[in-house]
Design a protein around this ligand. Structure first.
Ligand code: SAM
Length: 257
């Protein structure tokens, strides 16, 4: 069967890399793993050997041919679009200690998938994803770097993000145009006590025009209050959004709302 480009089907063929990815977390018997986009089962075949239960969510029904053999009491395959899947419903029949999510993600919807998982409100302890190398750099970026932006702050608000492994494009079939990387997201213990959707709307506004100063993006707010926070953090009033850390953004947000 031909790989479907429109579904981001680039199948991982290097067994050493597959083993390294699966070793990035250590689930126990009472834990549950969700795999997104199992495809032909490259990761699934290793995940099945772990002691925990496994749910796989795959959009392409043609994958029955490869995935039926994994169905068991411990492994359940759901054919659905992960972006339309209600995770709370999918999980309601399971009791588990910790939830892990893994996937060699379809690159055309990497950020929507991670956003969907975070916004589901389901408590996920760790996530391990193969993403485009460039996207991995964006997720792991720090203030002062070109890749640093809204999505960096959104993901890092909830999770510590670490780039674990660079994976060159020739490890896939068909060979994609770009290289990849494996990232690991570990849930943070946060207690900022803020209205999160208001905070993320505020961040979107702050990054509306990345090259503009914060002052020019955050019109409609009292800039004197913002300026005070910038100055006490040794930043200039001409600071750009990409210069500002999450801690300082939170300080600004709390001082204006
Ligand atoms: N896990 C396999 C591997 O490592 O070889 C396949 C990875 S491939 C990059 C991405 C997989 O995600 C494909 O099997 C594709 O059909 C599936 N997929 C694409 N869009 C999806 C969606 N919206 N929901 C669930 N699965 C999706």
């Amino acid at each position: 069967m031909q790989a479907k480009k429109s579904l981001g089907q680039n199948f991982l063929k290097n067994d050493t890399i597959i083993q390294k990815i699966v070793s990035l977390f250590m689930p126990k018997e009472n834990d549950l793993i969700i795999e997104i986009g199992p495809g032909r089962g490259a990761l699934t075949k290793k995940l099945c050997n772990l002691p925990s239960k496994l749910i796989c969510i795959e959009i392409d029904e043609d994958m029955h041919e490869y995935l039926d053999r994994f169905e068991s009491d411990n492994c359940h395959i759901i054919y659905d679009d992960i972006l339309n899947n209600n995770l709370n419903d999918a999980l309601k029949d399971y009791s588990y200690d910790n939830l892990y999510v893994i996937g060699n993600l379809p690159y055309y919807i990497t950020s929507p998938i991670i956003t969907h998982l975070i916004n589901s409100g389901v408590n996920i302890k760790e996530m391990v994803f193969m993403v485009q190398n460039e996207v991995a750099n964006r997720f792991c970026s720090t203030p002062g770097n070109r890749e640093y932006g809204y999505v960096t702050l959104f993901i890092n608000y909830y999770y510590d993000v670490k780039k674990e492994l660079f994976v060159s494009k020739d490890n896939f079939n068909p060979v994609p145009k770009v290289d990849s990387a494996v990232i690991k997201l570990t849930k943070k213990n946060i207690n900022y006590d803020i209205d999160e959707s208001k905070y993320f709307n505020f961040l979107k506004k702050a990054f509306q025009h990345k090259r503009k100063t914060l002052k020019n993006n955050l019109t409609g707010y009292d800039f004197n209050v913002i300026k005070n926070v910038l100055l006490t953090n040794n930043l200039d009033e001409r600071a750009r959004p990409e210069d500002i850390s999450q801690e300082i953004f939170l300080e600004i947000f709390k001082s204006i709302f």
